[in-house]
Design a protein around this ligand. Structure first.
Ligand SMILES: Cc1cc2nc3c(=O)[nH]c(=O)nc-3n(C[C@H](O)[C@H](O)[C@H](O)COP(=O)(O)O)c2cc1C
Length: 203
């Protein structure tokens, strides 16, 4: 796992959280099925409303028959760098859940929230195992939905690109300057006690 001690000096946030960031330069290494499934296994342990576990992880590994197909739905900008990665994992979730009383499908309002939680655990586990990740939503949702053969009551949210980091110099010049951990809004803007506090006006 790469360490970024200077990302936010003095932060009390756990180093494994601060160390996660989303690079675009990847080495075209293979990942074994076992390595990838170990990473995806972490997603199972996310919390979800009623423990419904609405997420699905549908993947392709570099060098396997599904790789080009799953890569092809990315917008050209994302495909340009993601094609060097080792795995591509689409994150989908079921929009309904089966009612405990009637067995009929009822709306599951937090399915996307739950899938997001699973996606973060996958990214953190990948880091822990020596891989880097980059989530993307820049892909054709209709093509992905059809190509993944998702049922009608599922939606696809994002894909997680997984790979070993390559050299920044392999990227186009405009992407090289973005190839680093990014900043965040201050906690004072994001957290407030008891009620929403609007951001201070910019003077
Ligand atoms: C749902 C989602 C969609 C994203 N889509 C893209 C994308 O299509 N292309 C891309 O290069 N980065 C994409 N990103 C990456 C974000 O730009 C990145 O996470 C953000 O700038 C914070 O940087 P960090 O992940 O390095 O901390 C996406 C991230 C998320 C969570």
């Amino acid at each position: 796992m790469t360490s970024f001690p200077d990302r936010e000096a003095g932060s009390q946030v756990a180093p494994f959280i601060l160390a996660r960031w989303s690079p675009r330069a990847f080495i075209p290494d293979d990942i074994t099925q076992k390595e990838l499934l170990t990473i995806l296994d972490a997603g199972r342990w996310a919390p979800s409303a009623y423990n419904a576990q609405p997420w699905r992880f549908i993947y392709a590994r570099r060098g396997t028959p599904d790789w080009d197909r799953l890569l092809s739905w990315l917008i050209p900008f994302n495909r340009g760098w993601a094609e060097n990665a080792s795995a591509l994992v689409y994150i989908a979730s079921r929009t309904v859940t089966d009612s405990a009383s009637t067995g009929e499908p009822i709306e599951a309002p937090s399915h996307a929230f739950d899938a997001g939680a699973a996606s973060v655990l996958i990214q953190l586990q990948a880091n822990q195992n020596g891989w880097h990740t980059h989530p993307v939503s820049g892909f054709n949702k209709e093509l992905a939905h059809a190509g993944l053969e998702l049922p009608e009551d599922h939606v696809v949210h994002a894909a997680i690109i997984i790979g070993h980091r390559g050299a920044t110099s392999q990227l186009a010049e405009n992407l090289q300057e973005r190839e680093k951990p990014s900043a965040r809004l201050p906690l004072t803007t994001l957290a407030s006690e008891g009620r929403f506090i609007p951001p201070a006006p910019v003077v």
